[in-house]
Each structure stands twice: as structure tokens, then as C-alpha cells.
Design a protein around this ligand. Structure first.
Ligand SMILES: Nc1ncnc2c1ncn2[C@@H]1O[C@H](COP(=O)(O)OP(=O)(O)OP(=O)(O)O)[C@@H](O)[C@H]1O
Length: 217
């Protein structure tokens, strides 16, 4: 699944493993190019086998992860402040990569400047975040931009303005967006350059014949 306007450009690494493409200036937010990556045909899904023993094994301490070349390439795009969309089949290492992305972003910016979100509460909790609707403070997001904006509390407006990077982890769709903001949200809203037109669910968006995904324009 790709947002509207996505083109295709083969990545320099692992030609069979993933493709990377960049969108330019369509009506889809963000306006910055978005790198689209499909992860992992070289990494087969992993099936965890439970040991036959009755005694559960001790929980190992969190270990340093050595990322695969594919994961490292995507992380590098994030380090270079590129907007990234990545997807991949189950077990291809998206969650491991996302944890590293969060570490990089919270070092690059500050933890308060990184919004970690997901379309559902459970998914949000899995990554230490919250729902995109709750973070944005827009409820179901069905109203016009102006009404949504007018309904934001000062606290929420401040949160929008101070956010430097937005992560939307659509784990149920095996996709993840990482979006850097060069301009503060609030200013952009006022300037009308980058605006929230709609934050909707699959149903509200697809019923308008657009991308079947949570979408920010
Ligand atoms: N770079 C890595 N080094 C070692 N193990 C890894 C690496 N990346 C992923 N794994 C392991 O591969 C397995 C699958 O990874 P992960 O859970 O991140 O995949 P996923 O794509 O998020 O899967 P799902 O879509 O099912 O949630 C896990 O056991 C994880 O620890």
C-alpha cells in the first residue's frame, strides 16, 4: 500500500529485498519527499518456538541490536531527516527498527519533540505512544480544518508547535511513517502551507475515494 502519488525507485541495496521511492509535492502531507521502503524479502518471518521445559527461561537483559543493512539504510534516512514510510511482512524487523528510530529521534531532538503515535490505543501502547487522534487533540477529526484548529486547547496547540518528528505506526497494516517537521505545525496551520485537512479512519478516508489509510494532509 502506498499513499497517492508514490513513485517507484529501486534502492541501491538489496535489490530484491526492498524498494525505495520518493513522493514530491502532491496534495498528500507531508510536502517534503517521503522515502517509501518495503522491508525484508531477504529476512524470512521468524517463528518463535517455546522451549519444552516447564520452567520459563530467565529474561535476558536488553541487548544492543546490530541492525541489518536494510534496517541501517532506513535508519540512516531518518538520521538525515528524511521523511520515511516503511513496510514489510511479519517478522521482517519493523518493530526492532522502530525502536532504534525512536532512540535516534529522541537524541536528535528531545523526547518531548518526538510524537509517537498509532491509529489504535493498543498499537500506541506497544510502542510507548498514544493514538494519533489523542495526540492531535482532534477527536474523530471529522470537522473542517478551521473547526479542528479552533477546538484545540492552547496546550495541544503548543504540542503541535513543539513537535519536530511524528511517528505513525500502523502496525495492523505493517507500515510506519516517520515525518520530520521543518516548520512548526501551528505556524504552518496559520500560514496555510501545511495544514491538517483531515485525520480520519480507514472508513472516513476511503469513503471519499482516497488513500485507504489514516492520512494527514
Ligand atoms: N537486526 C536484528 N538483529 C537480530 N534480530 C532481529 C533484528 N531485527 C529483527 N530481529 C528479530 O526478528 C524477529 C522479528 O522482528 P520484529 O518483531 O521487529 O518484526 P516485525 O516486522 O515488527 O514483525 P510483526 O509485523 O509481526 O510485528 C524478532 O525476534 C526480532 O528480535
Amino acid at each position: 500500500m502506498q499513499p497517492p502519488g508514490a513513485g517507484a525507485q529501486t534502492s541501491s541495496t538489496a535489490a530484491t529485498a526492498m524498494t525505495t521511492s520518493v513522493t514530491h509535492g502532491s496534495s498528500t502531507f507531508p510536502r517534503q519527499p517521503v522515502h517509501h521502503t518495503h522491508m525484508g524479502s531477504h529476512m524470512p518471518p521468524q517463528h518463535v518456538q517455546q522451549p519444552p521445559s516447564q520452567v520459563p527461561p530467565p529474561v535476558p537483559p536488553e541487548q544492543e541490536v546490530t541492525l541489518s543493512e536494510e534496517q541501517e539504510n532506513i535508519l540512516d534516512l531518518v538520521r538525515r531527516r528524511k521523511n520515511v514510510f516503511f513496510t514489510g511482512a511479519a517478522g521482517t524487523g519493523k518493530s526492532v527498527l522502530l525502536r532504534e528510530i525512536i532512540k535516534v529521534l529522541t537524541n536528535m531532538y528531545s523526547p518531548k519533540e518526538v510524537a509517537i503515535t498509532a491509529p489504535t490505543g493498543v498499537a500506541g501502547l506497544n510502542i510507548g505512544g498514544r493514538t494519533i487522534h489523542s495526540w492531535a487533540g482532534v477527536g474523530y477529526g471529522k470537522e473542517s480544518v478551521q473547526r479542528l484548529y479552533d477546538g484545540l486547547s492552547n496546550f495541544k496547540k503548543m504540542r503541535w508547535r513543539s513537535t519536530k518528528a511524528l511517528i505513525i505506526d500502523e502496525s495492523t497494516r505493517a507500515t510506519c511513517y516517520v515525518i520530520h517537521y521543518r516548520k512548526p505545525f501551528g505556524v504552518s496551520l496559520h500560514a496555510g502551507r501545511q495544514s491538517v485537512r483531515q485525520i480520519g479512519t480507514h472508513r472516513t478516508v476511503s469513503s471519499r475515494g482516497r488513500s485507504p489509510s489514516l492520512r494527514i494532509e
